[in-house]
Design a protein around this ligand. Structure first.
Ligand code: COA
Length: 328
């Protein structure tokens, strides 16, 4: 009998501070009409100087554990998809492990940028399916606004901060659970989105780092073209693997980077608008947080119910892309 990783609880966290397009007009030469027309983003949440990724991740995790009725000390593994951890090391998942009191859990981070939650769910699912663990707390959390170049109007309008978390539990038999996953990468496109300074190539403060970028760089047009193709590619692969068709999908929860990218991908996949979840207007691109935040709100709004099939798909810096097909 197949053992599946079933979603038992979900939580979320966003900072309280709202940064609207009108606020951004005071920071760079931009305007609400341009941002809305090119991206669909109306506002985003941003962390204060004191708020960290692990704090958002902790709040989301505690809500997920409560909704799964799982005590922190019974969590066996914590996987956190993030590229904006509190520090280069230790892993942010370890900080969460301590703050929630998950005394028996292992913990590690997954660095797959905006596909971080997709990758993290896939890894935790494999560990559950093979019997290594019986449950996992899987988090997607990022605070990209801390790394934004606030003088670059082409990127600073796009990002926001947020986190989401799910509890996966191993269940023998049954229909529910993660059905198939697809994980893909093309490091040849690494130069299209990056932060140069802060790693071993250009350490912060080192002479070799002079003149290199400390904030997010993105080749917008290249990433746009990649994103539309990548989303379709990942979805088609998991559907083929699962022996299912797009008509079997009840809800599509894509990475929320840009409304136009989501609409183009949905059109290519022949998904009607009522099956496509969008909240990019409220949060912008929250990287690893975006898909679990979408799932959380879809559940809250009654658009995702137990037994329904949801397609989650992400793409981002790496380049990486992937999808998880889940019977909720
Ligand atoms: C970033 C993005 C919205 C830009 O949209 P675009 O239609 O490609 O716009 P362009 O970059 O061609 O810029 C068009 C013009 O708008 C200007 N512009 C850029 N940002 C602007 C802003 N915030 N406000 C006003 N004008 C802006 C540009 O300077 C350019 O002006 P020019 O024609 O005088 O040179 C789009 O490329 C995109 O969404 N890319 C993918 C982003 C993404 O998904 N990233 C996350 C990956 S996880």
């Amino acid at each position: 009998m197949a053992r599946r990783a079933v979603v038992h609880g979900i939580g979320h966290a966003v900072p309280a501070h709202v940064l609207s397009n009108a606020d951004l007009e005071k920071v760079v030469d931009t305007n609400d009409a341009w941002i809305m027309q090119r991206t669909g983003i109306r506002e985003r949440r941003i962390t204060t100087a004191e708020e960290t990724t692990s704090q958002l991740a902790t709040t989301a995790s505690l809500e997920a554990l409560a909704s799964a009725s799982l005590a922190p000390e019974d969590v066996e593994m914590i996987v956190c998809g993030t590229v904006t951890g509190d520090m280069l090391f230790p892993a942010t998942s370890c900080l969460v492990q301590s703050s929630i009191g998950a005394k028996r859990a292992g913990a590690f981070d997954v660095g797959a940028a905006c596909a971080g939650f997709i990758y993290s769910v896939a890894v935790a699912t494999a560990m559950i399916e093979t019997g290594q663990i019986s449950n996992a707390l899987v988090i997607g959390a990022d605070t990209l606004t801390k790394f934004v170049d606030w003088t670059d109007r082409a990127t600073c309008v796009l990002f926001g901060d947020g986190a989401g978390a799910v509890v996966l539990k191993g269940v023998e038999g049954g229909e529910r659970g993660v059905l198939k996953t697809a994980l893909l990468a093309d490091g040849g496109g690494a130069c299209h989105i990056d932060i140069e300074v802060g790693g071993s190539r250009y350490p912060a403060g080192a002479a070799v780092s002079e003149g290199h970028r400390r904030g997010i760089f993105m080749a917008g047009a290249e990433v746009y073209r990649f994103a539309v193709v990548a989303m379709g590619d990942a979805c088609c692969r998991v559907l083929a693997d699962a022996g299912m068709s797009i008509e079997d999908v009840d809800l599509f929860v894509p990475h929320q980077a840009n409304l136009r990218i989501i609409e183009s991908a949905a059109k290519r996949l022949k998904l009607p608008p009522e099956k496509v979840f969008v909240n990019v207007e409220k949060y912008g691109n929250t990287s690893g947080g975006s898909i679990p935040l979408g799932l959380y709100e879809a559940v809250e709004q009654g658009r995702l119910r137990e037994g329904q099939v949801v397609m989650t798909v992400g793409f981002g810096a790496g380049l990486v892309w992937g999808a998880n097909l889940i019977r909720w």
